[in-house]
Structure formats: C-alpha cells, structure tokens
Ligand binder design. Structure first.
Ligand code: CTP
Length: 415
C-alpha cells in the first residue's frame, strides 16, 4: 500500500478524477484528496470523502492541529494532480503556496505527476508552455493531454486522458520493487533506454485523423527485451493496438508534435534512444473545429498538408549543438520502413537514411500491405554508422527485438 495525494483543480474533467481515485483504492492504496476551492464547484468534498474514506480539506487553515500542509506532502509516496489547470501549473511553477494543494507540492519529496486539462489555446499559450518546461526541468512528470472533444463546441489538444491511462502512467511509481528500476543484472543493468512506439495521429476535425498502420508491437517487444536486459525503460507510446508492457515508465502522446516534446523529455539523461514510432511526416495545415460536412456544390474537398518536425533529425542536431555538456543519449537508434522501388532497393534507401538522419544505428525493415504492420513477424537489417558489419534478424518481433537490444548492448560496451 502506498500513500497517494490526489490533487484536483478546477476543470470540468474533475469528475474523471473520481474514477482515478477508485482505481487507486481498488489497487489497495491510501488516498488523500486535496481539491482546490474552485474545483469544489465541479465535484464537492462529500464525493471525495466518501470515495477516499478520508477527510478532505482545501485550505491550510483547516485541521491546523495536524499541520496538514506539510504532513500530507511529507508522508506521500506519490502526488498526482488530475486535472491540472493552467492556473495550478502556473502557481506550481512559481513555487506559490497559497492553498493546501500548492503548499503540499512544496513540502513533498515524493514524485509528482500532473495531468493538465484545458482548452487548446491555454495549453499552447507561451506562458503555459514555459510553466510546463519549468516543471519538467524540476522532475515533475507531465502527462501530455489527449486530443479530442473539449468543453463547449471546440476540440483539440487539452483533454484529460482517461483515468485508466493516467493510472497506467503512474503505475511504475506505486510498485514496491518497481521493475522499471534497473534489476541489477543483465547487459543493460543501470542503463536508461527511451523507446518510442506506435503510430501518431494527426487530427483533421473532431472525428477524423491521418494515421498509419503501426500497431506498436515491435516497440513493445523492444521494451520487453530492454527490461529483460536489466534496463530502466522510458516508453513513449503513440497509438498502439496493445497496452504498454508492465514495468516501463509510460508516457503517452498522440500527434507528432506531442511525441516530439515527450521524446525530447524522455531522452534527456537516457543512455539510449530507440525511435521505433511511426511518425506522420505531414499533418493537415488546418484543424477544423467542427466536423467537415459534405458541401452542397459537390466539390471534392482538398486537404493541404504541412511538414511535421523530424524528431530524430532534430534531436541529433540538438545533441550536436549541446556538445559534451548536453545530456541527450550518445546512442540513437532509428527505424526505417522502406518498400524499395524501381530506383533503389530497401538496403540502399536504408543506408542513405542512416547518413541523412545522423543516428548511430538504423533498423531497416521492408514494409508493404502484408508485411510487418500488425503481424507478429518481422525481417530487419541493422546498419551501423561506424561501418560495422550489418546484422540480419528475422522471425518473431520478440526475436528481432532481442537482436536489436543485443546490438545496443554491444554498441554501449564498445563506446
Ligand atoms: N522519424 C521521426 N520524425 C519524423 C519521421 C520519422 O523521428 N517526422 C523517425 C522514425 O521514428 C524512424 C526514422 O525517423 O526512426 C525513419 O522513419 P521513416 O518514416 O522511415 O523515414 P522518413 O524520415 O520519414 O523518410 P521517408 O519517409 O522519406 O522515407
């Protein structure tokens, strides 16, 4: 049993925190809920007291004899704020302590996880972006908001992820012997491996998106192989057909731009980054707030696309700019999905991509209608920037993953 402080701030999504609280209680944890005063407009203290089985306070001047504003934070094993409004992010970033929740944040030494929820404009406002960056730099784990329907007519990034997703994201903090910590044995013991997986989705309107056929299976297999090799795994999941494996530190992202933020954060301080996610190279130039309707003039609609950032290439450029003082991984592994065509074969395209992207290793696989995507089998060739002999692997995605992780361990050993 762990002691969790669940902070709730004033967003319409506060009701989802009740379901999250239930999941914590069902898993056997002690939960103290600290709502902000304004959030009680959405969900009242009676709900929190009944569901948590503990008294609920919002102000430092209630139950003063128990010195709540220090005690709750000091005793906590984990502090989760869901939903975290722009206002709470700002007050936390500024180190304010003008209510029980922000006071608790200053008094705690426990990991802090925040799940922001707000309108897209507020989430993308430079003030919020700066506050999120400040909190992340202090080690606060920020769960990227989901994209979807928001309160009122608009939709976009800013939705509170489902309670199950938040629960999965914090699970690693609640295990007694967290398997995400390096197990002490294996070729990657003591190493941190960041792995991106799944496919991004680029929304067009509230119901449609541009996506791809990545299932996330190869990324999941890589995470399992890295855990088995003793590594701590930071798993950055875009959309996948299957749940993330147990024991990873899970970070979720939906669009390419969200994935870029999440990967950059996860890569800092890691020894290795493996980019197995299928990232959309383009997104619709415009996101339309309401569902696009068939027009009466029978004209065919035209979708204009703009380029997404190349996450891998930008990270490698960033690493070069930071030089030796930086903390981005020295070993970056890219994936290349290639079909080959009349001009060049799969491996020629792979070699050109390795040079273009500047990563240390590239796992090249042949893709097509019935190859790779959504299946359990894969055939890959691992190319090395230092000119080492290419390594071939084929068979189950687990087997391919084991070969890639072996190559990673070998490269770290040589480095
Ligand atoms: N990748 C990325 N950001 C993108 C596109 C791809 O970080 N916007 C990463 C992928 O995760 C993968 C590698 O780059 O590790 C290669 O992806 P792939 O789609 O095969 O290559 P592209 O750079 O998109 O090249 P092209 O589509 O022209 O073949």
């Amino acid at each position: 049993m762990k002691r969790i402080v669940l902070g709730v701030s004033a967003g319409i999504a506060a009701y989802k925190a009740a379901l999250l609280l239930r999941l914590f209680k069902e898993a056997g944890h002690h939960v103290d809920v600290i709502p902000t005063t304004a959030s009680l407009q959405f969900v009242g203290a009676a709900t929190w007291e009944a569901l948590s089985g503990n008294p609920v306070h919002t102000s430092v001047f209630e139950a003063v004899d128990t010195v709540n504003h220090v005690r709750l934070g000091q005793e906590a094993d984990l502090v989760v704020i869901a939903p975290a409004t722009a206002d709470v992010l700002a007050r936390a970033a500024a180190g304010m302590a003008n209510d029980l929740l922000t006071g608790t944040l200053l008094a705690t030494g426990a990991p802090v996880v925040m799940a922001p929820a707000m309108h897209t404009e507020m989430w993308e406002h430079p003030a919020t972006v700066a506050n999120v960056a400040t909190l992340r730099s202090r080690g606060v784990h920020i769960i990227e908001p989901a994209v979807g329907r928001l309160t009122g007519k608009d939709s976009g990034a800013g939705r509170l992820p489902d309670p199950e997703e938040i629960f999965a994201a914090v699970r690693g903090y609640l295990e007694d012997e967290a398997p995400s910590r390096a197990s002490g044995s294996g070729p990657l013991a003591g190493k941190i491996v960041a792995i991106s997986a799944g496919g991004t989705r680029e929304p067009l309107d509230p119901v449609r998106y541009l996506g791809n056929r990545s299932s996330g299976r190869q990324g999941i297999a890589l995470a399992k192989a890295a855990l088995a090799a003793g590594a701590t795994v930071r798993f950055i999941a875009a959309h996948m057909d299957l749940p993330a494996p147990e024991g990873v530190e899970l970070i979720t992202a939906s669009t390419a731009r969200q994935l870029q933020g999440a990967v950059t954060e996860a890569a800092r301080g890691a020894d290795v980054l493996i980019m197995s996610a299928a990232v959309a190279d383009f997104r619709p130039a415009q996101y339309v707030d309401a569902k696009i309707k068939k027009s009466d003039d029978h004209a065919d609609p035209v979708i204009t696309l703009v380029r997404n950032p190349d996450i891998l290439a930008m990270l490698i450029a960033q690493r070069a700019a930071e030089g030796r003082s930086g903390d981005l991984p020295q070993l970056v592994v890219g994936f290349a999905a290639e079909t080959g065509d009349a001009e060049a074969g799969v491996l020629e395209y792979g070699a050109a991509k390795l040079a273009r992207k500047g990563c240390e290793m590239l796992v090249v696989n042949e893709v097509g209608e019935n190859l790779t995507f959504g299946t359990d089998e894969n055939t890959v060739t691992i190319l090395f920037a230092d000119g080492a002999q290419p390594v071939h692997a084929s068979g189950s995605k687990d087997r391919v993953a084991a070969t890639v992780i072996d190559a990673v361990a070998g490269a770290l050993g040589d480095g």
